[in-house]
Design a protein around this ligand. Sequence first.
Ligand code: ZN
Length: 441
Amino acid sequence: MKANFEQILKRIAIIDRDISELNRLKNRLPNDRPYFEGLNSTFEQQITTLSIEKKSLLGLSVKNPPAWLISHLNGNAVLEENKAEEIEEEIINFSPISPTEPDIMQFFKVMPKTEVHLHLEACINRATLKELLNKNEVEYTEEEFEEKFNFKDLNGFIQLFFFIQSAIKEEDDFTYLIDSLAEYMREDNIIYAEVFLAPTRFIQNGLNFNKIIETIVQRIREIKEDEGFEIRLLIDVSRSFGVDNAMANLERVLRIKHEEVIGIGLGGAELMGPAKDYEPVFKLARESGLHCVAHAGEDDGPWSIWDTLKYLQAERIGHGTSAIQDPELMEYFKENRIPIEVCLTSNIFTGKYVRKEENHPVRQYYDAGIVTCINTDDPEIFNVKLSDEYFKLYQHLNFTVDEVIDLLKKGVFSTFHPRKDKLWKKIESDIRRLKTKFNLN
Ligand SMILES: [Zn+2]
């Protein structure tokens, strides 16, 4: 048999990848699920067939081996005539290069992505926060600063959030936040993001909402012009300060006319503010042409999600972790194609419904055909990037690389981007090129 050496190595790499994917799929089948009996043996059969093919390829002799292979096998020694036989034997044990975990991590990092559930204050990195604190002459010691970021519980998390908010003293300070968000996007190749701005605290501190928005919008436009990636704003009217405050926030939003402000969200303490109370706010927002999203099922049961869908008609649900408890609700999500914004790391930290990555319901949501998109929620606070979230799915929940790409696609179609098809086409062609580069085809 005559075949090009490179072709053989490539085929072996593909076989290795397929075998490991088949093993992952096989291991994913829970024992207590009613899959048909023959399924396991089907996996075994495919794995055996591929293993036989690999063995036969590895058994081939190499005529005129390339210099790099000789050097690899001989520890840089010069090939001698009588060593030819040894090489032929050693090549049987030679393992070709297949994508490693660091390669896959890197692939997730460089593939273009979109994100729709992240909070602006939680996107400020440590260096920028220090700059802002120094500019505004807020006193702090290095120990205090480090301690704030090394929080262990929800209270510590909230204290850090307040600390970040306290660093912002004037409207122009929002430039620091947007620049930090842009840095986060640049490093992880996120080309489009919808970010929450919760204005209540800042307004209470005497800042002017219009000026905040003007500052942010101007910076967003400069970033789009300079680097091409896009940021849109969702104003979190908040359920922590009551319905009158939420309505006042909506009215502020309705008075500004910038295409970068695309809708409202309902964040804050889920247990304190039932969705039903906010029905008039969301009704007016919808009638005014704003997009509506809401956090639900993060800290309360499936009934909270039902209320959010019923009374607020939210177009996407943030977290939705408790939806797994209600099969009817799962069906509703699937039928109505309402995306769930999954925030894995954040949910593990909160620990309300899930304490280990392996137990997160995102796997069941995806398998059930629910539109699921992946997000970080608070990237700089949790020290997590979107690519890390994808990698956790790969590592802990048996998502294959192609399934991760499918999640990314679902993420793109979950955005409020006006030309989603066009956006996906561009991302898809970049991913195709990157898959070849990373030997993932
Ligand atoms: Zn959130």
